[in-house]
Design a protein around this ligand. Structure first.
Ligand code: GAL
Length: 486
């Protein structure tokens, strides 16, 4: 009933306003999920423990004390997931592969045949349904055994990741032609190593996130080269990674605030973007200079930001087939009045970020609805990295417990309009992915924040899925390839 009402309302709105904007035929649409957030079956057969299993089982850091032990039960219900994808009419499905489900010990000496069989079945079902599989190798669930060895702060992790990548390309690359190495390295390193926002919650800011990033960037480049040298000639696919960024908007048009906002962009998107997408490669100059200077002032014998060798810079530069972007929201930035001498990434960055109280909110404190920021960010990428092909791998809105999700519909309407504006500006966006196919385990927020187009009943042992109003809305966009002007 609710859906019929919403659809009628939408039709009415279109009829009244009458103005539809068309997406180019070259733009494809998908939805995304991630292994730990949906699969459950945390200890099925020989699956190994990962860092989210460990964090959820041994700490009280999750808001509702929940975990991903069952999550959406997709390990047992992926056929239902594929049905939902068919109903939506998506061109592709972005999912991630759980490292410890494939390699129970983290190392490639022992493969789980059951783990491989699960992804085989998912991929085969997608292909039968004519949905292109888009697989992420690392969406945050490192095998615990590798974390015990230091995780991403251990330089050997790049080799172990390469071994994992090789197993995955070998097992699925005959059918999967679209790959991402990492999801949001900024979050992995800053929140997992610098802070406590994600597993392994190391909380060593100013040191650990820079080590993590250094090794992870190398791991990405090694996996890219492996694919490029060995698998692309045989399998003919594409590979990249996806970086998250807010748009950082100067709070005022004062030169100091403009400089601060640009610095925030460089520390956020540039930290991982510059080494790979710029022509010079390496970390952004402003990061190298500031962190080196502050490290010396703090009494360290060298910069806390590790250095790449000339060979490494050349090896890492250009390791992409497209620019992957995850984007949700915007921050206002100004220059602080005092300079902090504290040890942390945010003190190295040295800016103040805040939100306009007039921006509409969501269920997540960090997520405000600012569609024009999306347009500005896409243009910043176009200008800074020579107008690359951009694929938006995540964009979405959270609410609490609501199937008639008009606020999510409004978010998608506004952000997709901003995307069309960016296309008119000359940005080269070729695909757009909604986060997420269905409600799922939202990391430290547990099941309290919902991002899905499908509602999942987490109290029902069957984890029943029901389309929300936004699922019908997204489906109608995919069918008509048009959207109402906002
Ligand atoms: C992203 C992340 C997703 C999802 C989303 C919503 O950072 O890649 O896994 O949780 O945020 O918060």
């Amino acid at each position: 009933m609710v859906f019929i009402k919403t659809i009628t309302l939408l039709c009415l709105l279109i009829a009244v306003k009458g103005e539809l904007r068309r997406f180019p035929d070259t733009l494809s649409f998908g939805v995304a999920t991630a292994s730990y957030q949906i699969e459950g079956a945390w200890n099925a057969t020989d699956k190994g423990e990962n860092i989210w299993d460990r964090l959820t089982h041994t700490t009280d850091m999750i808001k509702d004390r929940s975990n991903g032990d069952v999550a959406c039960d997709s390990y047992n219900q992926h056929k239902r997931d594929v049905e939902m994808l068919k109903q939506l009419g998506v061109d592709y499905y972005r999912f991630s592969i759980s490292w410890s489900r494939i390699l129970p010990d983290g190392f490639s000496n022992r493969l789980s045949q059951d783990g491989i069989a699960y992804y085989d079945s998912l991929i085969n079902d997608l292909l039968v349904a004519n949905i292109t599989p888009f697989a992420t190798l690392y969406h945050w669930d490192l095998p615990q055994r590798l974390q015990d060895l230091g995780g991403w702060s251990n330089p050997m992790m790049a080799d172990y990741f390469l071994d994992f990548a090789e197993v995955v390309f070998e097992a699925f690359g005959d059918r999967v032609q679209n790959w991402l190495t990492f999801n949001e390295p900024w979050v992995v390193c800053l929140q997992g190593y610098g802070g406590v926002g994600k597993a392994p919650a190391l909380n060593m800011s100013g040191i650990a996130e820079y080590l993590c990033a250094h090794n992870l960037i190398k791991a990405h480049a090694m996996a890219y080269h492996l694919y490029d040298d060995v698998y692309r000639p045989l399998q003919g696919g594409r590979i990249g990674w996806t970086l998250n960024s807010n748009w950082h908007e100067p709070a005022n048009q004062y030169p100091a605030d403009i400089e601060a906002a640009e610095r925030a962009m460089q520390f956020h998107l540039g930290w991982f973007g510059h080494p790979v997408f710029s022509t010079e490669g390496d970390y952004p100059q402003v990061m190298k200079e500031r962190i080196a200077k502050r490290s010396l002032e703090q009494g360290y014998p060298r910069s806390r930001l590790p250095e790449f060798t000339t060979e490494e810079i050349a090896y890492i530069r250009g390791t992409y087939d497209f620019f992957g972007l995850n984007h949700y929201t915007t921050t206002l930035v100004r220059m602080p009045t005092t300079i902090s001498k504290e040890l942390s990434y945010y003190d190295d960055l040295g800016t103040e970020g805040f939100e306009d109280p007039a921006w509409p909110g969501s269920a997540s404190v960090w997520l405000k609805v600012v569609p024009w920021g999306f347009r500005n960010l896409l243009n910043w990428i176009k200008e800074n990295y020579y107008n690359p092909e951009i694929i938006v791998f995540e964009n979405g809105f959270s609410d609490r417990d609501n199937k008639d999700d008009v606020d999510r519909i409004s978010y998608y309407n506004q952000y997709l309009n901003a995307l069309l504006d960016a296309l008119e500006d000359g940005c080269n966006v070729t695909a757009y992915t909604a986060w997420s196919l269905m409600d799922n385990f939202e990391w430290l927020q547990g099941y309290t924040e919902r991002f899905g187009l499908y509602y999942v009943d987490f109290n029902d042992p069957r984890r029943t899925r029901t389309p929300k109003a936004s699922a019908f809305y997204y489906k109608s966009i995919l069918e008509s390839r048009t959207i109402e002007r906002d």
